[in-house]
Every structure is written in C-alpha cells, then in structure tokens.
Ligand binder design. Structure first.
Ligand SMILES: [Mg+2]
Length: 215
C-alpha cells in the first residue's frame, strides 16, 4: 500500500541541469579542462565536491583544499545566479499537473534531494506548498548513493520505506532508494529501466494506478 511519494528534485521535478553544466564548464575552463555532455551525465546525482573531484580526475590536476573550496564556492555562486531565471519552462513535462491532481489526503509528499539549494529552487517555482517535508543535502551525513536522504524523508512523513515510492533520474539515486527498501520509479534516463521497478519518460499522462498495476 503506497502512502508516500518522495521526489528527487533535479531531473525529476525541474531541470536545472543546464545551469549546473554551464557553471561547471565555466570553472573547469579556468583550469583548461573541457567538459562535454557525456561528462556532465556522470556528474548527475553527485555532490558538489564529488563532482569537482571527478572533473579534476578528468583534467589530471590536483588542487589544495583551500583552492578547491574556492572553486566549489565559485561554482555554487554561478549556479545560484542562474537559478533566478527558473520558470515553469524548466519543469519536467506534466509534473505540475501530476502534483496538482494527486489526492493529498491519500498521499504524503516529500523531496529527497542532495542539493542544498532545494528549498530555494522550490520557492522560485512556487512548488513548496505541495510537499509535507523537504530533505536536502545539508540535513544528512551521507549523500546518495547512501539511502539516508530518502530514509529521513520517509521518517518525516511518518512512513516506512516500503510504503513509499521514490522518483529518481540518476543511477546513484535509484541505488540509494533500492538500498533503503523503497519502490523506485526512474524518470527520463532509459538506462535506469533495469534497476528501477518502473520507468517513465516524464509525468505527461502518468497516473499512479499505472504503476500499481505492474507492482
Ligand atoms: Mg536528479
């Protein structure tokens, strides 16, 4: 019996992906590291620090902790500046309708996102009121692929993982949810089809009972 829905934010509710991409490109450029879309794909779901570690690995460079911290802050500032341009154009297809039409007495909703900017992003998009709980990366010790974010979200909803579906677009997120004992619907990325319980390209025409019939 599903009673809770937990959503990753980036790539599931909203695409701020191009903003991350542009911001990473710009900081990596200063160190003559070229980032392309396939590299960007590997950054999805990673923390800011882990993303930069991967970029440094690709560029074969090493920075002092101090310089690394400056890079991380610069990237976040660039990204946050871009977030102010967010509008409904950045939402995943059909997601607002899906949130609107859910029976909010039947289901509790949470966000489980590694992004420390999650609350700001939801506010910019006027979506905060749909969610009973918003868990971001600053509220847990271990980020995805650890299940901590989703477990905390379920706990805040007063539900057991087995009674919740997690919506995820990254491999680390799908793994995190599976490890935590959640049902998982993968969103967008077809490569996750095999690891998730169910897959949707986006929320257009998606109804929860579609999932219930196959689960
Ligand atoms: Mg994501």
């Amino acid at each position: 019996m599903i009673k809770g829905l937990i959503f990753d934010l980036d790539g599931v509710i909203v695409n701020t992906d191009t903003y991350h991409y542009e911001a990473w490109k710009s900081v990596a450029n200063k160190y003559s590291i070229q980032i392309d879309k396939s590299i960007n794909e590997n950054l999805k779901g990673l923390s800011r620090r882990d993303s930069w570690n991967l970029i440094m690995e690709i560029g074969n460079i090493q920075l002092s902790d101090e310089e690394t911290n400056i890079v991380l802050e610069t990237k976040n500032n660039l990204y946050r500046k871009k977030l102010k341009n967010l509008s409904s154009d950045n939402l995943l297809l059909g997601v607002e309708n899906f949130l609107q039409e859910l029976n909010h007495k039947e289901f509790k909703l949470a966000i489980g996102s590694s992004s420390r900017n999650a609350k700001d992003i939801l506010n910019y998009l006027n979506l905060s009121s749909y969610f009973d709980s918003i868990i971001d990366g600053s509220m847990v010790k271990k980020l995805k692929p650890s299940p901590d974010i989703f477990i905390k979200a379920a706990k805040n909803l007063g539900l057991k993982p087995i009674h919740c579906i997690v919506f995820e677009d990254s491999l680390s997120g799908v793994k995190a949810a599976k490890d935590g004992g959640f049902k998982v619907i993968s969103v967008g990325n077809k490569e996750l089809l095999d690891v998730a319980d169910y897959h949707i390209d986006n929320f257009l025409d998606f109804k929860l009972d579609q999932y219930a019939t196959v689960s």
